[in-house]
Design a protein around this ligand. Structure first.
Ligand code: TMP
Ligand code: ZN
Length: 405
């Protein structure tokens, strides 16, 4: 549905960028359907609360009708989990007896990491096929959308939680306030709610326009998160910025009347964000977004004119935005390498670009890899080199179009 005002504070919106119409980024069909339904993808800005939100939000059944995101096995994600565990335990946000609930737990990778160190863990996730994967792997998971109703059911059946972790799911909900209502119903009075999302200030700084896709309805900063928390009975007491997923903000929140004190990091980051999300910074982001698209088109068509071949690396949602925004099809990018078995043989939506096993393209590498999973840049370049793909060059799309040899 198109929004007429800020979904956090009701304020007036201005357009930041318009990426055109495209299919949802995770609609990985098993046919190269160029005629897939396309939906507008435009990002608006609220100057009252610094919120960045999608203009049009798709209903969940459309968005998740063909959903294939499974958390990859990745050393950088493992490092992130270990870092988050250290922060949680060192700062007293979790302890050996904590009851931990993760919302949007996917296949349970984070819960598996924290489970040996706490009293109990439980996942909550709405994707039945992925909940199945988590359960088979021994991670107790409730299959449900997280809101006040499901939270109350969980609280009655299992008791309250000392720690609720919501990683990368507040952005996926047109009304994230409902998840806060759920957290309010489920969190113990001294409990802590951890909200992790892509960080808008870093997206703006590094021109990560490909983070924009239909699933991401919000692009959070501490400013906009605080605005939302404070309207819904919570307040931020701590914050960190982590490198994972191209820059993520990790906000630690508590019920308004909790005795926990806010760390000075909160006020400091709110101050920093005034510059990072200033009108000038936002204008630069918009200009660079269109400039990078034009440059990528020039680079890729130059490579084609030379008779050389480009494949994408990483069938990411970001990659779908990038390809559709640039207008790339299988004529420009002949395939996309990815390590996720269930993505194999499917197509990047709207492009006709087929996903092939990572190992296949590493054994028989193209001339160039367009690094659509640029968040794993170091890892993927090292992987290609150690697989013997010594010659392949990498086109890194952001923050500047760069060729890495
Ligand atoms: P993400 O950025 O949304 O986590 O998606 C990363 C994608 O990249 C995912 O589909 C798996 C793929 N990938 C590989 O193909 N090889 C790898 O080594 C890693 C870490 C990810
Ligand atoms: Zn607002």
């Amino acid at each position: 549905m198109a929004s007429t005002g800020c979904r956090i504070c009701g304020g007036r919106l201005e357009e930041l960028v318009d990426l055109g119409a495209m299919p949802p980024a995770n609609w990985l069909l098993d046919v190269p359907d160029f005629e897939q339904e396309r939906y507008p993808l435009a990002l608006d800005h609220c100057s009252a609360c610094a919120n960045l939100q999608l203009r049009y939000c798709l209903p969940a059944d459309v968005l998740y009708g063909h959903y294939f995101y499974v958390t990859p096995t990745s050393s950088s994600l493992d490092r992130h989990y270990r870092w988050l565990l250290d922060v949680l335990f060192e700062r007293g946000y979790a302890g050996p007896r904590s009851a931990v609930i993760e919302v949007g737990s996917n296949r349970g990778a984070f819960l598996k990491a924290i489970s040996p160190h706490v009293g109990s863990v439980l996942g909550v996730d709405p994707a039945a096929n992925i909940v199945e994967v988590a359960r088979k792997d021994g991670v107790d998971t409730v299959c449900d959308f997280f809101d006040a109703d499901s939270a109350k059911r969980i609280a009655e059946a299992r008791g309250t939680a000392d720690l609720i972790v919501a990683r990368h799911c507040f952005a996926h909900n047109e009304w994230p306030q409902r998840m806060l209502e759920g957290a309010a119903a489920l969190l113990s009075p001294n409990g802590v709610l951890v909200i992790e999302n892509n960080y808008a200030a870093q997206m703006v700084r590094d021109v990560e326009f490909d983070q924009i896709y239909h699933e991401h309805m919000f692009y959070y900063s501490l400013s906009s998160l605080s605005a939302m928390l404070e309207r819904n009975g919570f307040r931020a007491i701590d914050v960190e910025v982590a490198a994972v997923h191209g820059g993520s903000i990790v906000c630690f929140a508590v019920p308004t009347n909790s005795e926990r004190k806010a760390h000075e990091r909160v006020a400091a980051l709110l101050e920093t964000e005034k510059k990072q999300l200033s009108p000038e910074a936002l204008e630069r982001f918009a200009k660079r977004t269109y400039a990078i698209r034009d440059e990528l088109r020039t680079v890729v068509s130059g490579i084609r004119d030379d008779g050389r071949r480009v494949a994408a690396y990483g069938a990411t949602a970001k990659g779908a935005t990038l390809m559709n925004f640039c207008g790339f099809t299988d004529a420009e990018v002949f395939a996309c390498a990815d390590s996720t078995p269930i993505k194999e043989g499917r197509y990047i939506p709207g492009t006709g670009i087929q996903i092939v096993a990572e190992s296949t393209l590493l054994q028989d590498p193209p001339d160039f890899f367009l690094l659509t999973a640029w968040n794993y840049k170091t890892e993927l370049i090292a992987k290609a080199r150690s697989a013997g793909a010594a010659e392949v060059e990498f086109i890194v799309p952001i923050p500047n179009v760069e060729i890495v040899r």
